[in-house]
Design a protein around this ligand. Structure first.
Ligand SMILES: O=P(O)(O)OP(=O)(O)OP(=O)(O)OC[C@H]1O[C@@H](n2cnc3c(O)ncnc32)[C@H](O)[C@@H]1O
Ligand SMILES: [Mg+2]
Length: 196
């Protein structure tokens, strides 16, 4: 396998997948780079798994190729698991990372209970085969103020366990060693190697 389509329109995710798959000599191509215009897929599922499968299976059917999708999000204990599967649009449409960050900081302003985790579910859909799922987590806590410019999404307010900086203050290399997405990719390694 020289190329793998990633069913995402998120630039931050696309960049991380490029760097992960480059380690295996595979070119990870996001929907942002395909020549054909692909409509947004409605994430109507009630779990990360369902939404990852929707994205991977619809694009795989369309392109008749193996496709990987990532459904991910931030799970905050003090908010009963929110924003969870609604992470991308937590503060409403259109999707806005800064508004999402402010909403989370506001909701947690009176609590010291700040434990949280990033979750990444990967789905691989191959025409004619059952969809494969892998998961990865990154445990941490929500900062009291945002800091850092790297990464995307909630990285400026997420402090991984064992660190004092937010994920957005870490370099891309450091984030990619410890992230939920890295942990999910590790779990997918057997499939990737088998396809090489
Ligand atoms: O569906 P695609 O096109 O892949 O892009 P998306 O951004 O809508 O992706 P999701 O539906 O999986 O929603 C994931 C959201 O969770 C958050 N998130 C996921 N991974 C993250 C990470 O590594 N760092 C910070 N925030 C992250 C961020 O707000 C994402 O928009
Ligand atoms: Mg999405």
């Amino acid at each position: 396998m020289k190329e793998l389509v990633i069913a995402t329109k998120n630039k931050g995710k696309a960049k991380e997948f490029k760097s992960f798959f480059a380690e295996y000599g595979i070119n990870a191509i996001s929907l942002l780079e395909l020549n054909e215009e692909i409509d947004d897929i409605e994430e109507t599922g009630s779990t990360f798994e369902e939404n990852a499968a929707l994205k991977a299976e619809q694009i795989s059917r369309l392109l008749q190729k193996p496709v990987l999708a990532d459904d991910s999000g931030l799970v905050i204990d003090a908010l009963d698991g929110r924003p969870g599967i609604y992470s991308a649009r937590y503060a409403g449409e259109p999707k806005n990372d800064q508004a999402n960050i402010e909403k989370v900081l506001h909701e947690l302003k009176d609590t010291t209970e700040r434990s949280a985790r990033f979750v990444c579910i990967l789905a691989v859909a191959v025409p004619g085969e059952d969809t494969l799922f892998k998961k990865g987590y990154c445990e941490g806590k929500i900062a009291t103020a945002q800091a850092g410019e790297n990464g995307f999404g909630y990285d400026p307010v997420f402090i991984p366990d064992g660190y004092t900086q937010t994920m957005a203050e870490l370099s891309a290399e450091e984030k990619n060693k410890i992230s939920h997405r890295r942990n999910a990719i590790k779990a997918l390694e057997d499939w990737v190697k088998h396809e090489q």
